[in-house]
Structures are given as structure tokens and as C-alpha cells.
Ligand binder design. Structure first.
Ligand SMILES: Nc1nc2c(c(=O)[nH]1)N[C@H]1C(S)=C(S)[C@@H](COP(=O)(O)O)O[C@H]1N2
Ligand SMILES: [Mo]
Length: 203
């Protein structure tokens, strides 16, 4: 399918050069394998049916799978951190920067709600998903992203706890008002910075 082969040298967006211990945020430990965490059922979205839309800007663009795959792709190597205390170093993904996609949305407001097939949603300020900080990814370790991990396409926002990286992504709803998502309404922190241990609201 033309995904990058194993062992590629991607851009590293984490804390390159730091030793492993320094790359593990407070209260986290290194994961063995790649745990799957889903609230509810795994969505099975065929690439023929998949689309991505951005609503709430002065333009409201959308992309099919083929259109997304035709955009410039990046190889991304990042450390990821789940609020359930596991961290995985040097995870390798392929996808499209949200900068590329948001550039098509014209004038945009400040807040984003990432919305998934199946009803999951999670919020972030637009400033947290622009400037080379977030991607729509469709490959992991050189292979098509599996449904369990959010394939065909998920968000990747490695600067935040992993619940902000919506699996089975379908759209970004932009607005002037911040609207909390699924976990943010259930007691998780609104922002979720792993380096500040922003796990739960009220912290
Ligand atoms: N659509 C959707 N996205 C989601 C979730 C979910 O339940 N549904 N869980 C989140 C949480 S809490 C985590 S830790 C990561 C887990 O990703 P993984 O299963 O690939 O490890 O996905 C996030 N994205
Ligand atoms: Mo999580």
C-alpha cells in the first residue's frame, strides 16, 4: 500500500537525546507491547465510507480516504503517554499534519472538538493541534493502522495524554466556546499535559 517500511528514520518530536528515564513523565512507567484502550466497541470503518470534515471555519472542507492519502505525508516518531500510567517511547506513525488540513478551513475560531465515528469526542485548543503538534495518522510501524488502534485514521497529539488522540476520527468541530469531550465530561482534566500530570479535573 506504499506505507513506509520498518526501520525508517522519521522526524522525532519528543525529547530526542534525553535518556529513557528522562523521557518518562512523572507517574508513568514504560509499557510492554501496545495496549488497546477503548471506551465502548471497536469501530470498523471501511476506507470507502471514511471521510474527514472540518466544520466551523469560514470554509468547511472535507476529504475522502483517497484525498487524504494524496496529501503530503510525514513519518513521525514520538513518545506517547496514557493517563492509565503507561508510556511508550519512539512510536512510529505515518500521516498528514493537521496544519495542512486546517489551512483549508479559512478563518478559524480557537477551540476544537475532535469527533470520532461511534460518538467519542475530545477537545483541545486549536493552538495545541497546529504548529507541527498533531496529525491524522493511518499507518503505525509501517503497516496500515489496525481498527483496534483507531484505523483507518486516528488523531495523534503526542503532547497530551493519549485520550486526546481520537481513534476513528471523523471530524473537527471548531467553535469560539470550549466544549468538553467524552472523558473531559467524566472527570478527566480539560487540557491533559502529561509533564504536569494533568490527569483529572480539579488538579
Ligand atoms: N474514538 C475513540 N478514541 C479514543 C478512545 C476511545 O475510547 N474511542 N480512547 C482514548 C484513550 S483513553 C486512549 S489511552 C487511546 C488509546 O489508544 P490505543 O488503544 O491505540 O492504545 O485512545 C484514545 N482515543
Ligand atoms: Mo487512556
Amino acid at each position: 500500500m506504499g506505507f513506509t517500511s520498518r526501520g525508517f528514520r522519521g522526524q522525532h518530536f519528543g525529547r530526542p537525546g534525553a535518556d529513557e528515564a528522562e523521557r518518562v513523565p512523572p507517574g508513568q512507567h514504560l509499557a510492554r507491547g501496545f495496549p488497546v484502550l477503548t471506551a465502548g466497541v471497536t469501530q470498523r470503518i471501511d476506507t470507502e465510507r471514511w471521510s474527514f470534515e472540518i466544520r466551523g471555519g469560514s470554509r468547511e472542507p472535507s476529504w475522502t480516504w483517497d484525498e487524504l492519502r494524496a496529501l503530503p505525508a510525514e513519518d513521525i516518531v514520538v513518545d506517547i503517554h496514557c493517563v492509565t500510567h503507561w508510556t511508550k517511547l519512539d512510536t512510529a506513525w505515518t500521516g498528514v499534519s493537521l496544519d495542512v488540513l486546517l489551512a483549508e478551513a479559512g478563518e478559524i475560531p480557537e477551540h476544537a472538538l475532535a469527533v470520532s465515528y461511534g460518538g467519542y469526542a475530545t477537545n483541545l485548543p486549536v493552538a495545541e493541534i497546529t504548529g507541527g503538534k498533531a496529525w491524522l495518522v493511518y499507518a503505525y510501524d509501517g503497516e496500515p493502522l489496525t481498527a483496534e488502534h483507531g484505523g483507518p485514521v486516528r488523531m495523534l497529539v503526542p503532547g497530551h495524554y493519549l485520550w486526546k488522540s481520537a481513534k476513528w476520527i471523523h471530524g473537527l468541530w471548531l467553535s469560539d466556546a470550549d466544549r468538553p469531550g467524552f472523558w473531559e465530561q467524566s472527570g478527566y482534566h480539560n487540557f491533559g499535559d502529561p509533564w504536569k500530570e494533568e490527569r483529572y479535573s480539579g488538579q
